[in-house]
Design a protein around this ligand. Structure first.
Ligand SMILES: [Mn+2]
Length: 611
């Protein structure tokens, strides 16, 4: 049987410790004369995946989800999670210690304003709270007539006696044959941007921005190849890179020293203060810790709040990164074909489980010899589990994939030349007519995005409705964005662009996004069809007055034809589907053989002829 190496299926938490730890934290707060404290699920970089040493929220409350925040007061404590985690949170925490609140319905700041006692001191960790975050807390404290206080050190750490040490994974160079642009050239381009924006320097607090700028990668967190690090890029002169020297080989240190002063993270504050006086320094208020703003202001500098300029620069992939992504998607497509052929052969027995499928897919990807990691823990939901958008299978939840169910599998790979993210919904046995109808509506939305042509300057918010329109007409919808940006051997969720109601960033040629509409019937099944797409210039027709953009689909994997109602597709939609499948066949069939090749040929037969 197959084995997963990059993901595990154990239960990560223990609700039984919550009460004692909460008591210990309250005693610690009392010592520090604090009447309350906020514990976000965050590290100093606001990473999506945080190292074990930063899992304060999970340690304190038992809640192991990827987003959440706890507020502890003298007599009350609450854990705030979003809709996808409410059920999980209730199972993972001791509800006699923490009440579980819905992050959107009861925002933490509202709850705080209502429950914090007048005259009280409320503490936060300035290293792990963003500038925006502090502003919101400050407003809540004003409403409660209380004081907001920056804690000198995190009080959780004082009671967390067996806290794991921070990670020290080696930093590796991201080769120019994958990066396509040298660190020196990127820094020069970034300095040009700083000049245009009249900024004296930018602080890079997001390790993904540091990794892109200096062409380095690491493995300090799960699933995203980040070296935890900071950088200061001045408009003129040499940059400074702050990274633990124990992570650097001599070769890496020598290479980095050509473009930056390589310093210890402990030297960061002093270096920033030394530079700050009279200077205008960019900090991204949505992700940078408040502490850095304090350092700049104390030293007589000005914080220029605004987007990290690297976010947009790295979102626009260069020719090398685009070629790398195409190669990664071909490799991944071959692994997917092997998986899908295996699944079709094995699933009808009814003996496969969700974990079997996750392990098999990861194994086929590892067989490429190029897999560095999965880009996130695979979402593999059989039947009703498919309707849980961020479902993560554990030994306890693991379900058999039985005939008659839909099986949703959302997964991705990290290869040095590109990051992938793909979802397929597979039919096991005979799907119901309703399943096919709704699968086809989702497919129509997917095709609408894939085929869309739009003028330069268009935002993701403007496209989002295209993916939903077929579902809307049937009185249906899905409760997540249609697409997110994807990094180049970096984060699978990357800003600034996204296709969603909130997608206010303009789409630009070179950006890679996901196209992933879905439909979820609670307690029954889930449907999602996801490909990655590349924004490309589109040849404009005669008479066009605007420059046009369109998408090239990068992902190469068959879409389950057994779930499609061809009569519900327009000629253009059928043509898109058959053209896509012809391309999948042409590009992937030379990479597989035997049974897999036979399976692939059958799975990519045109639908139009049959219809
Ligand atoms: Mn995705």
């Amino acid at each position: 049987m197959f084995e997963a190496k990059f993901q595990s299926f154990g239960e990560k938490t223990d609700p039984s410790k919550g009460k004692a730890r909460l008591q210990a934290l309250r005693a610690e707060l009392l010592k520090r004369k604090l009447d309350g404290f906020i514990v976000p699920r965050a590290d100093q970089h606001q990473n999506e995946y945080v190292p074990a040493s930063e899992e304060r929220l999970a340690w304190l409350t038992g809640f192991a989800g990827s987003a959440g925040v706890a507020i502890v007061l003298e007599n009350k404590a609450a854990l705030f999670v979003d809709g996808r985690y409410t059920l999980e949170a209730k199972a993972q925490v001791d509800e006699t210690a923490f009440t579980v609140e819905h992050l959107v319905d009861t925002p933490p700041e509202e709850w705080l304003a209502k429950n914090l006692k007048a005259g009280g001191n409320f503490g936060y960790d300035p290293l792990r709270t963003t500038i925006d975050g502090v502003e919101k807390l400050a407003k809540a404290c004003v409403r409660a007539n209380a004081m907001l206080v920056a804690a000198e050190s995190n009080p959780v750490d004082a009671i967390w006696t067996d806290r794991p040490p921070p990670p020290l994974s080696p930093v590796v160079l991201h080769d120019i044959r994958f990066a396509g642009e040298s660190a020196a050239d990127k820094i020069k381009r970034l300095q040009g941007e700083l000049g245009k924006a009249k900024l004296d320097a930018a602080v890079l607090s997001d390790p993904a921005s540091v990794a892109w700028t200096f062409n380095i990668r690491g493995s300090d967190v799960m699933h995203t190849p980040l070296p935890l690090s900071w950088a200061i890029v001045p408009q003129e002169g040499k940059s400074s890179l702050f990274v633990d020297a124990r992570k650097l080989s001599n070769e890496v240190r020598d290479t980095l020293s050509k473009v930056a002063h390589v310093q210890e993270p402990a030297e960061f504050d002093a270096a920033l203060a030394a530079l700050a006086k009279g200077k205008n320094i960019r900090l991204d208020q949505a992700t940078a810790p408040k502490h850095l703003a304090d350092v700049i202001e104390k030293a007589g500098g000005t914080v220029a709040k605004g987007a990290d300029p690297v976010t947009r620069m790295k979102a626009v992939k260069n020719e090398t990164e685009i070629a790398g992504s195409r190669a990664a998607h071909k490799r991944d497509g071959a692994a997917l074909a092997k998986f899908l052929a295996w699944f079709d052969r094995e699933a009808p027995s009814g003996r496969l489980t969700e974990i079997d499928a996750v392990a098999a897919l990861e194994s086929f990807r590892r067989e490429t010899g190029k897999l560095k990691d999965v880009s996130f823990p695979t979402i593999a939901g059989a039947g009703p589990h498919g309707a849980i958008v961020h479902y993560r299978v554990t030994q306890k939840s693991n379900r058999k994939i039985s005939p008659g169910v839909l099986f949703l599998i959302d997964s991705g790979a990290q290869y040095e030349d590109g990051t992938t993210d793909v979802t397929r919904t597979l039919s096991v046995g005979d799907p119901t007519h309703e399943m096919r109808e709704r699968f086809t509506l989702v497919l129509k939305g997917h095709i609408a995005i894939a085929r869309s042509i739009f003028p330069e300057g268009t935002t993701g918010a403007q496209l989002d409705g295209f993916a939903r329109a077929p579902l809307w007409r049937a009185g249906l919808d899905f409760d997540h964005g249609t697409g997110h940006g994807v990094g180049s051997y970096l984060s699978v969720h990357e800003g600034p662009a996204r296709i969603s109601k909130l997608g206010s960033a303009r789409l630009e040629a070179g950006m890679i996004l996901s196209n992933e509409p879905g439909y979820y019937k609670t307690n029954a099944y889930g449907i999602r069809t996801e490909n990655l797409v590349l924004v490309q210039p589109c040849r404009a027709p005669a008479g066009a007055e605007k420059k046009l953009l369109c998408f090239e689909t990068l992902t190469l994997a068959p879409i389950d034809r057994r779930l499609i109602l061809p009569s519900e597709l327009s000629l253009e939609e059928l043509d898109w589907l058959d053209t896509y499948h012809a391309r999948v066949r042409a590009e992937i069939s030379p990479l597989v053989d035997g049974d897999v090749r036979d399976w692939l040929i059958a799975a990519t037969e045109p639908v139009m002829r049959v219809a």
